[in-house]
Design a protein. Structure first.
Length: 279
């Protein structure tokens, strides 16, 4: 039986952090709304002894096995075990590595965890994360010119989580709230280097998110304007007027995930950089 009830076991075996496996597996599993994977994640599997524990758990709860292992002996044992108990297994990076090898005409170095090397790219991401945390929610506006991206928007337009996500991609991101009746920082009006993106959502969506937020923190009365339909509509209109005045890029996040919003922002940033290079 491939599933029991409405779930199935999904074993993710990696000799590194397992991030690649988790991302790919969840992207595919999301296409199957009627069944839920029970994830078994095994990171840093680099020895036969570590693999022994993995094989025992796979045999105890059979299911789909996905792996990113470079050591050939480990791969052979894992595949043999899956064949023995008649369950499917697949190397996520194997076919891609074969394609690279065929095109480049050279074998791989076989370095485990090579994508996580402490190189310049790694430290660029750390720097971006530090910058984004310091410049969250309108703090230290004097340093906005140093950003790659500045996000603006009314409350609950996902500015902070989007900033952190972008920072993890190496994009120095600041964010500034837009509040009716409160003047925006003058530094925001005269930015030259950063891409300024104004995040928007429908009043209905903002009210829903804000109501959930108030419930989660146990807030009671005194927040009527925060979730009042007319007040929220006025906030959205205020933000749109500012965006038009300063020619900020507009991005509707009403039904976007953080990942989708970030991808759209990175495309805007790439398009802007290409345009600047062509001028």
């Amino acid at each position: 039986m491939p599933t029991t009830g409405n779930y199935f076991h999904l074993h993710l075996v990696s000799d590194s952090t397992g991030e690649t496996l988790i991302t790919v597996a969840r992207a595919v599993a999301a296409q199957y709304a009627n069944v839920t994977p029970v994830e078994h994640v095994y990171p840093l599997v680099r020895s036969q002894k570590q693999l022994d524990r993995v094989l025992d758990e796979i045999e105890e709860a059979p299911g789909i096995v996905l792996f990113t292992l470079l050591e050939k002996d480990l791969v052979a044992r894992l595949e043999a075990k899956c064949k023995e108990i008649n369950i499917p297994s697949l190397s996520i990076i194997g076919p891609v590595m074969q394609l690279f090898q065929a095109y480049l005409g050279a074998a791989t170095t076989g370095r485990v965890g090579a994508q996580h090397t402490l190189n310049a790219e790694y430290f660029r991401r750390i720097d971006a994360l530090n910058y984004s945390m310091i410049h969250d929610d309108g703090q230290h506006v004097e340093g906005l010119e140093e950003a790659d991206v500045v996000l603006v928007g009314v409350s609950r337009t996902s500015k902070t989580p989007t900033s952190i996500y972008l920072a993890n991609r190496g994009v120095r991101t600041a964010n500034v709230p837009l509040v009716p009746g409160i003047a925006i920082p003058h530094q925001l009006e005269n930015l030259k280097k950063p891409l300024v993106v104004s995040l928007h959502a429908t009043p209905e969506r903002l009210i829903q998110i804000r109501q959930n937020r108030l419930l989660s923190i146990g807030a009671g009365s005194g927040n009527d304007d925060y979730i009042d339909r007319q007040s929220v509509t006025d906030e959205v209109a205020f933000a749109r007027r500012l965006s038009a005045k300063f020619n900020w890029a507009l991005l509707d996040v009403t039904r976007r995930s953080i990942e989708e919003t970030s991808a759209a922002i990175m495309k805007l940033l790439a398009d802007r950089q290409r345009q600047q290079l062509s001028e």
